[in-house]
Design a protein around this ligand. Structure first.
Ligand code: UD1
Ligand code: CA
Length: 452
């Protein structure tokens, strides 16, 4: 049985925000979400989030997740007190792992190792060595180098203050012992708080050894108290995500100028230029090239496709060897079949652009089904909305839409049909017909006015 308790009751006043601190994002995901995801990977049986400040917002964000229970700490009386709020929900036996909603980047393999220590009958404590340990709880060891206690900075003696090994706060304790020890905590200390860290001395007194572990990266244990620390962790995490993409064979022209806020799946020889943001679930096939300043969100881009600079894709499904941009916008439901082109200043929404079809300049395509090898001329608009309802436009294979046409939906353009430039099409154009729907040109004799 593995119970996880995540402390998330603190106010985070230094964030100066209406959003509870643990909901602030790293890589697009709330910090608490990172902690929960890492905890899930250690096969936790139950997760208990201790909420306090902003409890309603935190519950609203994570309340739907079946494996999460909340415990309310209405007054913040210390880390020990916080864990106590969840105590009655914990199992009778097994291991309890204690984590922090504002320490987002803890890795699951670090947690696994801590849990393992505890499953072997010890208390597992995560520590780090710091050049400047000010403010942290110090790890006090005996002559045999065994952990004796944690002493908080404010309670430490002169000699204890020189200790550089500090408590990260993260620990794993036999649950049975937690039930026994927590009610015995006292707040007789410099801060008048119930210190979770006092269970360390209790463990030693009970003859249960405290075994320490150091994380792979110190950043795993960094907490976020202000925007600067949030930004620092964001950069560190991004560097790791980008490094991972490069390990998978992606060329990243500037690793400091790619941001990943989600899951990215890549084929071989993908190239990503500077200032690109990938968000949500993104799939990039073999040889996909993304030029500078593009945003790609929840989209799939198949092999050989090129996305030129300043393009924006969201919920789009782009097949092989397509050409997008520069300055293209693919909105939700845009589907580009193999070899399709969507050029500069074109917007496509909830529409299929068929194989080899071209929508090259200054065009809006919404709620349309466009066949293969269609040429949509510059400035074409599908008039899909009458102010109340949306309607469909269908364009058959091989049709040619002249520039600056308005296609007033619902409307069908047959295969092989041609629409003369500047037409406003309001009724069906049959297969292979030419439709011209514009004012007839008249050339008149005329004298320009002269200045009076
Ligand atoms: C704690 C540790 C200290 C360690 C440091 C690492 C204790 C007594 N001390 O100190 O040894 O070096 O973390 O950062 O545990 N929280 C609650 N409810 C409370 C109090 C805290 O939910 O009543 C949450 C906070 O929101 C925060 C976390 O627990 O996420 C840590 O609390 P904080 O006050 O920052 O602990 P420190 O005093 O820094
Ligand atoms: Ca703190």
């Amino acid at each position: 049985m593995i119970d996880v308790v995540i402390l998330a009751a603190g106010q985070g006043s230094r964030m100066k925000s209406d959003l509870p601190k643990v909901l602030h994002p790293i890589a697009g995901k709330p910090m608490l979400g990172h902690v929960i995801d890492s905890a899930r990977l250690v096969n936790a049986n139950a997760m208990h989030v201790v909420v306090g400040h902003g409890a309603d917002q935190v519950k609203a964000r994570f309340g739907d997740e079946q494996d999460i229970q909340f415990a309310l700490q209405s007054e913040q009386k210390g880390t020990g007190h916080a864990v106590m709020m969840a105590l009655e929900n914990l199992a009778k036996s097994g291991v309890t792992l204690i984590l922090y909603g504002d320490v987002p980047l803890i890795q699951s393999h670090t947690l696994e190792a801590l849990v393992k220590i505890t499953q072997q009958g010890n208390v597992g404590l995560l520590t780090v060595n710091m050049d400047d340990p000010s403010g942290y709880g110090r790890i006090v060891r005996d002559a045999n180098h065994k952990v004796k206690a944690i002493v908080e900075h404010k309670d430490a003696s002169e000699s204890e203050l020189t200790i550089q090994e500090v408590n990260t706060g993260i620990l794993a304790v036999p649950t049975e012992k937690l039930h026994e020890w927590l009610p015995k905590l006292s707040n007789d200390n410099a801060q008048g708080e119930y210190y979770l860290t006092d269970v360390i001395a209790m463990s030693v007194a009970a003859g249960i050894e405290v075994e320490t572990l150091q994380p792979e990266f110190a950043e795993e244990t960094f907490g976020v108290n202000n925007r600067a620390q949030q930004a620092e962790l964001e950069r560190w995490y991004q560097a790791r995500l980008v490094q991972d993409l490069m390990t998978q064979g992606v060329t990243v022209l500037d690793p400091a100028r790619l941001d990943i806020r989600g899951q990215v799946t890549v084929g071989r020889d993908v190239v990503i230029d500077a200032n690109v943001i990938l968000e949500g679930q993104v799939v990039l096939g073999d040889g996909v090239h993304i030029e500078a300043n593009c945003i790609v969100k929840n989209s799939s881009i198949a092999a050989g496709t090129s996305v030129k600079a300043f393009s924006h894709l969201e919920d789009a499904d782009v097949k092989q060897a397509c050409d997008i941009g520069p300055y293209a916008r693919l909105r939700p439901g845009a589907v580009l079949e193999n070899g399709a082109k969507v050029g500069n200043f074109c917007e496509v929404k909830k529409s299929v652009i068929g194989e080899g079809s071209k929508v090259n300049h200054l065009t809006y395509i919404g709620d349309a089904l466009i066949g293969s090898n269609v040429n949509v001329g510059a400035g074409t608009i599908t008039c899909n909305y009458d102010g109340v309802n949306k309607f469909k436009t269908e364009i058959g294979d091989g049709a040619f839409i002249g520039s600056n046409s308005s296609l007033v939906a619902p409307v069908k353009i047959g295969a092989g049909a041609t629409v003369g430039a500047g037409s406003t099409i309001t009724k069906e154009v049959e297969v292979d017909k030419l439709a011209v729907a514009r004012g007839k040109q008249v050339n008149l004799n005329w004298q320009r006015p002269t200045k009076k």
